[in-house]
Design a protein around this ligand. Structure first.
Ligand code: ZN
Length: 183
């Protein structure tokens, strides 16, 4: 794995509008390159998305009416309002027919690499260290992940989506296994 945040070949990259920071984090968890910036203005967002070839994700009707988007430069997908971050992720993956990929760092989108347990002895909370064996580090920002409750909740949510994608059930069902996951 490289330290660069390259999307897998052909995978779309995204620019989430100012409202969709939570969606950006979940897109990264699902293995996609998703940019987001607090308080970014529309013009800057559109220009960056166009330059970097990213699909704009927004729930802002007037933004969808901007000329640049009507021209398809950049491309954009309207995300219905009122969805929580995971529902929005599901909506985007369904709408674009995209699979769930290997998880990336939710903070920065960097690739996660398994690290030896001994190497995190000083850093992991003592109880966590005692009970768990699998630790991962973001190759970009260095954030440490482990397969504790948070990680399982992320994995559970993504696995449920994978299963849904495989069996293609009716949309609208909402029985998440990992409801309690922290954002
Ligand atoms: Zn990171």
């Amino acid at each position: 794995m490289s330290a660069e945040n390259k999307s897998p070949q052909g995978a779309p990259r995204f620019y989430c509008d100012a409202m969709h920071g939570g969606l950006a984090r979940w897109l990264r968890a699902a293995g996609y390159d998703a940019a987001w910036e607090y308080g970014i203005d529309d013009r800057t967002l559109l220009e960056r998305a166009r330059r970097e070839g990213r699909i704009v994700l927004t729930s802002d009707g007037p933004l969808m009416e901007r000329r640049a988007i009507r021209r398809g430069e950049p491309r954009a997908l309207f995300v219905p309002r009122g969805l929580d971050s995971r529902e929005a992720l599901r909506y985007v993956l369904d709408a674009l027919g995209l699979p769930v990929r290997d998880p990336h760092c939710m903070s920065c989108g960097g690739a996660l690499e398994r690290v030896p347990k001994e190497s995190v002895a000083e850093e992991a909370p003592p109880r966590t260290y005692r009970w768990l064996d699998r630790f991962y580090r973001c190759s970009r920002c260095g954030k440490l992940y482990w397969q504790g409750t948070h990680w399982q909740a992320i994995g559970g949510t993504l696995a449920a989506m994978r299963k849904r994608a495989a069996s293609r059930p009716e949309r609208g069902e909402d029985g998440d296994a990992a409801r309690e996951a922290s954002e």
